[in-house]
Structures are given as C-alpha cells and as structure tokens.
Write a protein that binds this ligand. Structure first.
Ligand code: ADP
Ligand code: MG
Length: 310
C-alpha cells in the first residue's frame, strides 16, 4: 500500500487579500481597504491543505524562502496533516512567493511576486517519495519556471511508477500557452482547467470545441465553470454538475478547492458524477470564507455544509 493518496510537486505562497478598494486606483493617492486577510495561497499549497482537511494522505514537495512568510505558510499545512518533511527551506535573497489580491465586488486584480515558486528544480525532487502514492498532481504549470521544461518527464516518471496523474495549469502570465503543455498532457489522466484556461490550452475560442479537442488529448477533462458548476468529458461521454448556491466572500482558491474535492474522491474510485459534485461542494465551500483554505480549517462547519448540500 503506498504511503500517500496524493503527492504534489509545486509551489507554496501566501495570499494577501484586500477588500473594499475602488475599481480605479489613481496614482499617488492613499487608498483604504476595509478588510484584509493574509492567508495560505498557492494553487499547490491550497490543494495540499484542503485534500488533507478532507482526509487524504498528502505528500508535498516544494521550496520556500527562509523567511517569516514561508514559516507562516508552513504552520497551517503542518497542522492539517500535510507531510512537509521533504519541503525545502532555502536561505538567500529570493523570498517565499506572495500574491496580492485586490478583491472587488465582481472581479479582482492579482499581482504575484513569484519568489521561490519559480526556483523549484528537478534536483529538488525525490522521485521515490513522490512515487510512493496512488496519484500525483502538478498545479501552476506556468509559474514553475525552473521545473516546467521537465514537467512532461516528471509526469512520465510518475505514470511509469504506476500512479494516476492530474494537472491544473492555472493561468499563464505570458498568455502564450506554450512551454511543453501538449507534451505534458500526454502523461496526464485528469486535466483540470477553468473555462478560460480550457480554451487557451486548446487554442480555440469556444468552450465546446475546446472540451472536445482536449478530450482527444487526455482521458478525462474536467472544466470548472464558476457559478455554472463543472463539466467533465471522458471520450464521447459528457457529465455535468451544477454549482452549489452560496453567499461568496471571495473566489480565491475555489478552483484549487474544487480540485481537492474532485481528486479526494477520484483516487477512491468514486464515479464521475460524485467526483464532480464533491468538487463543486469544495469549491463553493471555499468561497464562504476569505482565501482558499480558511473555510477548510473548520471541520464541523465543513461537515455540516457538505451534509446540507448533498
Ligand atoms: N460563486 C460561486 N458559487 C458557487 N460555487 C462556486 C462559485 N465560484 C466558484 N465556485 C465553485 O468553485 C469551482 C471553481 O471555480 P472557478 O472560478 O471556475 O475556477 P478557478 O478558481 O480555477 O478560476 C467552480 O467549478 C464551482 O464549483
Ligand atoms: Mg484555478
């Protein structure tokens, strides 16, 4: 029996979320936010945290700086039970990554200092550790600047070791959608883009065509569609699942939380409809508190929310 249900190689960073700012930010003015939250961010770290909260055994390889932000990111991961024994803390001028989110009522700006996110390398990885699992996942393909050229090889290695694999690219800051994505998808079992990312990755501008094109490349495409819920395509088969209605505080980490709900069930062999519903539950639950992981720290509230909406 492998040690982990899911191993993840990826980034740890923090999210600083500011609420209540005006849409326009005039230069040289002192602007006041009415609320803030400094919380665990990073697609990989949010996924790792929320998978562990759901009860998965999670092994996580990453790099952080030897700084206060890095230390504060480790605490919630450790507390919720993510194995961080292989996570490297590297001193030097490059600091733990930080994303500043300027959350408005219906949209947000996001500014990321990549820091150590872009520093994770092939040499940092322990393949026997990552391979000692049922499933392997990579998030934030385009932020992993040092690792990215070898991500296809990494997926290939994990497939050869008998694991199933998944990828959530998240956005490409350069908006080119190149850099070996097609090559990586050859070794991916579950591809988890949102609507925009699906179209970008497929190089088309309508979602239907994108889903069909992607389904020719990977066994299972799962598209996250915000308030529309989610859809999955497996060969010619289509599955859909509506979103859960909630009062959302912010959508930060909703996609990563969806991944957690989906993958937690996927590795346990649940059917696709159940996986999609679990993804929607986790995504919606994440929006009920600031950031991507705050909601998941309250186990009783989560269990109640999941019960009420199942
Ligand atoms: N306002 C919302 N109400 C209910 N569920 C939501 C809401 N926003 C997101 N979700 C859930 O979270 C999932 C991921 O959100 P989405 O915005 O599509 O992805 P991403 O965060 O990757 O852009 C959705 O598929 C849905 O299940
Ligand atoms: Mg996402």
């Amino acid at each position: 029996m492998p040690k982990f249900d899911i191993t993840i190689a990826g980034e740890v960073n923090l999210d600083l979320i500011l609420y209540g700012l005006p849409d326009e930010l005039p230069p040289e003015r002192e602007l006041l936010a009415d609320r803030m939250m400094l919380t665990l961010g990073g697609s990989s770290s949010i996924l790792a945290h929320n998978l562990a909260a759901l009860g998965s055994r999670v092994g996580f390889q990453s790099r952080i700086g030897d700084d206060d932000l890095g230390a504060s990111a480790l605490l919630p991961l450790q507390k919720i039970g993510v194995d961080i024994s292989q996570l490297r803390r590297v001193p030097g001028p490059i600091k733990t990554g930080l994303t500043v989110v300027l959350q408005r009522a219906a949209w947000r700006n996001m500014v990321t200092y990549s820091g150590t996110i872009a520093e994770l390398t092939w040499e940092d990885l322990d393949f026997s550790y990552l391979g000692n699992s049922r499933h392997f996942h990579v998030s934030s393909f385009y932020l992993q600047r040092a690792l990215r050229p070898r991500i296809p090889e990494l997926f290939r290695k994990m497939k050869e070791a008998g694991l199933t694999t998944s990828l959530d690219t998240n956005d490409d800051p350069d908006d080119t959608w190149e850099g070996g994505l097609r090559e990586a998808l050859r070794y991916v079992d579950v591809f988890l883009p949102n609507e925009r990312e699906a179209q970008k990755a497929a190089e088309v501008d309508d979602l239907e065509t994108a889903i069909r094109k992607l389904a020719d490349l990977v066994p299972l495409v799962v598209v996250k569609m915000g308030r529309q819920g989610a859809a999955a395509q497996r060969g010619k088969e289509r599955f859909t699942s509506p979103a859960i209605k909630v009062e959302a505080v912010d959508p930060v980490g909703a996609g990563d939380s969806f991944d957690a709900g989906f993958l937690h069930n996927f590795v346990r062999g649940a059917d696709l409809t159940a996986c999609l519903h679990a993804g929607n539950l986790a995504g919606a639950f994440s929006t009920t508190q600031p950031g991507g992981t705050e909601a998941f720290r309250d186990t009783r509230r989560r269990e109640q929310f999941f019960r009420e909406h199942s």
